[in-house]
Every structure is written in C-alpha cells, then in structure tokens.
Design a protein around this ligand. Structure first.
Ligand code: TRP
Length: 360
C-alpha cells in the first residue's frame, strides 16, 4: 500500500493503516445530467469550496449513476465536462481536491457488487428519496409522457453511492438535503460491515448546505433541471435578468399594494443570496406595510445574482479556452482516488476472506 501514501498530500502521514492522517476526508458527488444551477450551489457546492482546504476532498462525477440517461450516453459524456467546468467555475481547485470520474475507478462497481448482498430490496423501497424518484419514473408529471418501467440500475444506485463514500473511507459527505437518506444508509452499512467483518470504515457524517432546498423560478418547491425552472451557474448576465423578470412573484398585486413576504419566492432568493441582510429585512418590512413593486425586488435580485455569478463566468471562460486543463484535473484526481480505492478493496477482500488464491 505504499503507493497510497505516495499519493497523499504532502504533510499527511501514511494512510495505509487507515488511521492517522492530518486531514479527514470528504467524498461527495453529482450525477452528470446537465448544467449545475443555483440550487446545487446553495445546497452543496458552496460548502465544498469552503471545505476544500480543510479536508482531503474527493469530488465525484457519478457517471455510472446517470442511469436515467442510459438511452442517451452522448449526453452523459458531454455532461461530465460540463460538471467539471461548473466545479472549476465555482472555485474548486483541482490542485487541492480530487476531481474523480466514477467509471474510471471501476472499484466503485466492484464494491457495489459485494455490498448489494447486504441490503434488502425492502429497505431500499422505504428510502424516501428513492420513493419519490421511482414515482416520477412510473408516473411522469408531464401527462403526455408515458411512464417507464424502473431499470434495475435504479435499485443499484443507492448501493453504489454507499460504495462511492466507503471506498475512499470518507468522514464527511456535504450534500443537498435530498441525499440524506442515502448517507444514513451508508452509515448503517459501514456499521454493519465493521461489526461483522473488520472495522475498516469511518461512519460518515452528512453536512447539508445553507439553503437545503431552493425554490424554482416558477415558484415550485424545488429547482430542478427536469422542471426547467433553474438559473444555471453558466447563464449569461442577460439570461439571468430575463429569467428573474419572468419569475413567479406571488399572487397578483398592484405595484404599491402590500403583500405577504412568504408568498413571494423572490424573497426566498434574496434570503439565500443577498449579502446585505439588513437591507433585505428592510425591504420585507416595506413590502408588508406599504408594498414594493416586484420590479424593484427583481432588479435587486438580478444584481445580486450577477455579482455572485460573474467571477464564476470569468473562471469558466479561462478553462473553456484551455480544455486540456480540465482533462488534467479529471485525470489526476481520478488517479489519486483510484490509489485509495485499490487499497480499500484490498482491505475489503481481506475482511471478507476473498483472497482464495492465497490458500495453497
Ligand atoms: N446521488 C447524488 C445526486 O443525485 C450524486 C452522488 C453519487 C453522490 N454518489 C455520491 C453524492 C456520493 C454524495 C456522495 O446528486
């Protein structure tokens, strides 16, 4: 396992025992299904950027798990690059953390296969996130679309997510709130493996971002690509202005008629992204007492969002001009992750007593 200690950051001690390292480890990930949006940012990415120097971070592009696009692999392929660009744009530094392409670390699939034996279909079917997703596959919101049958891979993906986290023996998983059931499952499986075989895995903690669930621009409870109600990190300043102008702004109301703050999602966004909390408080008060036009609110939001997104646009442009830097980030990060993955699989094989050929 020497290779693993070599791959560790300078300053950290050998990981081969899984014991002493200076930095604890993060594994977190996103499925490459398209451009990332403000919901991803406020729910998770912002935390990743904050934590990247404090932890040994592994950021996973979970292409094995983009199973809803199995019929459209070209889309997954291009989304892998989009996600990497979005990460670089928000300020993740591939020199500090590792960008990992899941399927280039096939140990993810290997560990998934073993773990799948330790999980019952019943437990999966009670997983609240899975329930919602399954329902959406079978009864799509778009009434004209026909319900599909659920692919086998769909049952596998939560197990694979457990494998993703256990493989680098991660301590912390910063994610969006919808991922909590999967992290709980990971903790249960780690406990069980440690108890029944060998104590290899830390019991990872979940960490949810500042804004667990960002509303869609249509006022829907969740911003999601499939609903087309997102503001994407890569949107231009004009596109942000246009989307904000078209945003749902609560029930109809005269420009200077008082309204209810809780009924106007524009305030949800200001709460999430406007750094001047005192000013937002003042706006809310005026809104409820005397009324504030939606135009004023939306102009303010546009400014706030474009201030947030502008530095991201500049970083993105730099990498877009030099995609080989993105390729290097993926290549190096994947390699680092794989060294640890190989070592963990060795431990797992030992714990499960699978080294048959060593017998004679
Ligand atoms: N399931 C997560 C999502 O849909 C992505 C993911 C895959 C993930 N593997 C992970 C998140 C491991 C955290 C840890 O966004």
């Amino acid at each position: 396992m020497d290779a693993e200690s070599v791959a560790d950051r300078p300053g950290s001690t050998s990981m081969s025992t899984g014991a002493t390292t200076e930095k604890k480890r993060i594994l977190t990930g996103i499925r490459p299904t398209g451009p990332l949006h403000l919901g991803h940012y406020a729910g998770a990415l912002e935390n990743w950027v904050k934590l990247q120097s404090e932890y040994d971070c592994h950021f996973l592009i979970a292409d094995y798990q983009a199973s809803d696009y199995a019929g459209d692999l070209a889309r997954v392929r291009s989304a892998v690059w989009e996600v990497a660009l979005d990460w670089l744009a928000v300020g993740l530094d591939p020199e500090i953390g590792s960008f990992v392409v899941e399927s280039l670390v096939p140990e993810n699939a290997e560990l998934t296969t073993w773990l799948a034996w330790f999980l019952s279909v019943g437990v999966l079917e009670r997983n609240p996130t899975l329930k919602v997703e399954m329902e959406a596959i079978e009864n799509p919101e778009d009434a004209t679309a026909k319900g599909k049958s659920v692919p086998v891979a769909f049952y596998i993906y939560p197990v694979m997510q457990v494998a993703n986290i256990l493989l680098p023996r991660a301590h912390l998983v910063p994610v969006g709130a919808d991922q909590l059931p999967h992290i709980e499952l990971t903790r249960e499986m780690a406990r069980r493996f440690n108890r029944e075989f060998k104590p290899i895995f830390p019991e990872p903690e979940a960490l949810v971002g500042r804004v667990p669930r960002l509303l869609g621009i249509d006022g829907h409870a969740k911003m999601s690509k499939s609903r087309g109600n997102t503001i994407d990190l890569r949107d231009s300043a004009d596109s942000v202005a246009k989307k904000v102008r078209g945003m749902y702004g609560g029930p109809p109301r005269g420009a200077n008629e008082p309204g209810k703050v809780s009924a106007n999602p524009v305030f949800g966004y200001l709460d999430a992204f406007d750094r001047d909390a005192a000013e937002v408080r003042d706006l809310k008060e005026r809104y409820e007492r005397r009324g504030v036009s939606n135009k004023e609110l939306k102009d303010r939001l546009t400014t706030v969002l474009n201030e947030l997104l502008e530095p991201m646009r500049q970083r993105r442009a730099k990498y877009e001009r030099n995609m080989s830097l993105v390729r290097e980030a993926l290549e190096h990060g994947t390699k680092r992750n794989r060294v640890i993955a190989t070592a963990t699989m060795e431990m797992v094989r030992d714990a499960l007593d699978l080294n048959y050929l060593r017998k004679y």
